[in-house]
Design a protein around this ligand. Structure first.
Ligand code: ZN
Length: 314
């Protein structure tokens, strides 16, 4: 078992399996018969309690909505107020109270906090003292996909560790296991971040968009079929990045099978125009992260691309 006592803050892109990695670390720390490399055995009493979700020495601090999505909490009753997307100060206080109890099984105790950027300043402040001086044998494993959104006071108390994207082979295997129809295309589209809820989100629409820009299909159909704004904006950003790459003679990252089409589009617009479009999309993506209704409509963005649109004779 690790002797590092500083709270660990694991960070990396969304969809790379960060929550699974935190859960695995908790399992490794709590297992009562780990293997030689320190991995949880999966069948001791502690591992069985963990898989039943009833281990008393593990505490998961998550936003309510995420806890339900990740199977860490039961969905709220019908008619209850919608689950929160933030980690509340009350939830932090419950963790702090729990942290002072003694271990039920006489071993390590683990607090998981994910994502730490879901704590507003008051909630984070309520956690600082416990992070600074955790009770004996308490481990903090925290995670974030947005390290730049983590409060400096919290960040400075943690040991930062970056988590990379899955390797291509592992990403393809994970997609095949989920019966993905076109694992290669999806792995490229999400750049191997296959543990996202929907790694393929926006791909079909992006292909329609690309076809329309290349003179096939109708704009109205594209607008009507647009995914939610947050997905649409990211899809358009990916097309833009690939077009900018094509302009510089580089292979596409997200749409590797469509290099020829991307090269035709890339040539239709000045490089600076592509860059400015990308910047507008990045700003819109930051807004939609906070509020999905951030005044963004697919129509506005499709129009934004309208003058790139190649005539159908091409
Ligand atoms: Zn075990």
């Amino acid at each position: 078992m690790s002797t590092v006592r500083a709270p660990l803050l694991l960070h990396g892109a969304a969809g790379i399996g960060l929550w699974d990695a935190l859960r695995q670390r908790a399992a490794d720390a709590l297992c009562e018969s780990p293997d030689a490399s320190g991995r949880a055995c999966g069948h001791c009493a502690a591992c069985r309690l963990l898989s039943a979700g009833t281990h008393p020495d593990r505490f998961a601090l998550l936003p309510e909505a995420l806890a339900v999505d990740l199977g860490e909490a039961e969905p709220a009753e019908r008619g209850a107020s919608p689950p929160s997307r933030d980690i509340s100060i009350d939830a932090v206080r419950r963790l702090v109270a729990w942290s002072h109890a003694t271990s039920h099984r006489g071993r390590a105790r683990v607090a998981l906090v994910y994502p730490v950027d879901a704590m507003a300043a008051p909630a984070a402040n309520a956690l600082l003292k416990t992070l600074e001086e955790p009770p004996p044998s308490l481990y903090f494993y925290m995670g974030t996909h947005r390290l730049d959104h983590v409060l400096p006071t919290l960040r400075s108390r943690a040991l930062l560790q970056a988590m990379g994207r899955p390797e291509a082979a592992a990403a393809l295997a994970a997609l095949r296991q989920r019966d993905c129809a076109d694992p290669e295309a999806v792995a490229a589209w999400c750049r191997n971040a296959v543990h996202a809820a929907q790694p393929e989100a926006g791909l079909d629409w992006a292909l329609d968009m690309l076809a329309w820009l290349d003179g096939q299909g109708a704009r109205q159909a594209l607008v009507a079929a647009a995914p939610p704004p947050a997905v649409a904006v990211v899809a358009l950003q990916k097309i833009t990045v690939d077009a900018m790459r094509a302009r510089h003679g580089l292979a596409p990252l997200y749409l590797p099978r469509h290099a020829a089409r991307l090269r035709r589009l890339a040539a239709a617009v000045e490089p600076m125009d592509w860059l400015q479009r990308w910047q507008r999309l990045a700003r819109a993506a930051a807004e939609t992260h906070v509020a999905l209704h951030a005044g963004l409509s697919a129509e506005r963005w499709v129009l934004e691309f309208d003058h790139i649109h190649l005539p159908s004779e091409v």
